[in-house]
Design a protein around this ligand. Structure first.
Ligand code: TYD
Ligand code: MG
Length: 457
């Protein structure tokens, strides 16, 4: 009988301590320590590594002798996924997909599994039965002979099946349901999640098989279980979006094989996730008449220019303290812009309720949207609509000055491509910009007040 050892683990960051402590010294969270049984390694119970008999311990190699053929990329037929992965699935990589329950992680993974016609994919689910997966697959309507499904939570059993089926891609849904018999504690606990991920990592690296792991998200939006999970994997993708809206955004937050600023956009339909290749079209609402309080901004998310609609509603406050409410935009930034509008733009907004909404349920952190937000507010305040052929791309400073933004060329080109006729930018962005290259009229300004004079006449 192996000796039973218990340790306390912080459920937030994965730090361990031999004793219970109230405040985690590593992440400063309170009451996150939970006792977990960590049984001494039992040699009889095999893991991936111990099963790979006859394996030789790796020796150091000169870098030039290592062939890069091992970093083969498998292009999926999901262009959005390819993009966020940096150009396809890298063999031997471990990819973590995080997201709130019900956002569509399982759907995305099953769609990936079904879409690979010439690749053997094993989809392991600890949450649904084979029957339920079959029902979901039928809903997606893509038949495949190369997609194997397994409803199993024990890692040792999973590896036994993996050896039999020899999949070229392995999908685990979700890591919180996995259970390795090497450790006593319950599935979903820090030590279980860490151990299971470790085994999957060894498997991925040794067999050069890409592994996708689905992970749940905690109430505060972090990946459930430990931060250690994020350190262990090669790529972390976040699947986000408003559950009530149909758009979903797949964002890279870590990628050892590509850029972290990529973005994939999907729409959840009755038959699964649909790729949205031209997001600007969906993010700008098709309105019939001229509405005041609507302005369009040219933003950049990752490497991708996006034209986004900002809606503002300014109305006299009926109660003492005016309300300020935002969706998809930083509330503090809105307050700052309102102060600038009041002080430098001569707008009496201090006694007005202001509501701001970024259309499409998308969240924008870029300051390049400042001028668009100001324009939408001014438009609503005066009840004068802005033409839907006009867009904006500039930051607004505390002095009411219009500041330049990065990659202005990309923003202008995207706006032009989508048929906009005028773009308001900062005067400081015009250096090196060849205005005659563009069909779209570029309007450079230095002060907020000048923009409004031009806009509202
Ligand atoms: P799911 O992939 O189960 O989410 P997760 O694994 O992240 O918890 O997605 C569940 C939601 O997606 C559910 O509310 C139903 C919806 N859905 C559709 O709208 N269309 C579909 O074709 C499918 C399969 C799911
Ligand atoms: Mg799921």
């Amino acid at each position: 009988m192996a000796k039973v050892k218990t340790t306390f683990f912080c459920q937030n960051c994965g730090a361990s301590s031999p004793k219970w402590i109230g405040k985690c010294p590593s992440c400063n969270e309170w009451n996150t320590y939970v006792e977990e049984v960590v049984q001494k390694e039992d040699k009889a119970k095999t893991t991936w590594r111990e099963e790979s008999i006859g394996r030789v311990a790796p020796k150091p190699k000169v870098l030039s002798e290592i062939h890069t053929t091992s970093e083969r990329r498998l292009a999926t037929n999901d262009q959005e996924l390819n993009r966020v992965l940096g150009g396809g699935i890298v063999s031997g990589s471990l990819v973590l997909i995080g997201g709130e329950p019900g956002i569509g992680k399982s759907t995305l993974m099953l769609q990936l599994a079904l879409g690979q016609k010439n690749t053997r994919v094993l989809y392991v689910s600890g949450e649904e039965s084979q029957h339920q997966i079959k029902m979901r697959a039928e809903r997606l309507g893509v038949p495949s002979d190369n997609c194997f499904v397994l409803a199993e939570t024990n890692t040792q059993n999973i590896f036994t099946q993996v050896k039999e089926i020899q999949p070229e891609v392995l999908i685990i849904d979700s890591i919180q349901t996995l259970h390795t018999s090497r450790i006593e504690s319950a599935a979903g606990s820090v030590s279980q999640v860490r151990e299971s991920t470790g085994e999957l990592m060894k498997f991925a690296k040794e067999t050069n098989t890409p592994v996708f792991i689905v992970g749940h998200i905690t109430k505060d939006g972090g990946l459930a279980g430990p931060k250690v999970l994020e350190h262990m994997v090669d790529t972390v993708l976040q699947f986000e979006g408003d559950r009530h809206l149909s758009y979903r955004i797949l964002r890279t937050t870590k990628n050892r094989f590509g850029s972290t600023s990529e973005l994939g956009i999907y729409e959840m339909s009755g038959t699964g996730l649909r790729e949205v290749s031209n997001p600007s079209e969906i993010l700008i609402s098709q309105k019939e008449e001229d509405l005041s309080g609507v302005a369009i901004g040219a933003t950049i998310e990752g490497n991708r220019p996006l034209l986004i609609e900002v809606q503002a509603l300014v109305s006299a406050a009926t109660y003492g303290t005016p309300q300020r409410s935002t969706t998809g935009f930083d509330a503090k930034r809105l307050n700052m812009l309102l102060a600038v509008l009041e002080k430098r733009g001569g707008l009496r907004v201090s006694a007005q309720d202001v509501f701001l909404n970024i259309a499409g349920g998308i969240k924008i952190e870029e300051p390049a949207l400042d001028l668009t937000v100001c324009a939408a507010i001014v438009s609503s305040y005066h009840d004068i609509s802005i033409s839907d052929k006009v867009c904006f791309a500039a930051e607004v400073g505390l002095g009411g000055e219009i500041r330049g933004v990065n990659r202005i060329e990309n923003r202008i080109s995207e706006a032009e491509k989508l048929g906009f006729e005028e773009i308001y930018i900062s005067k400081y962005n015009t250096k090196g910009l060849n205005v005659s290259d563009h069909q779209i009229r570029i309007k450079p300004f230095a002060k907020l007040i000048e923009v409004f004079e031009d806009l509202l006449g």
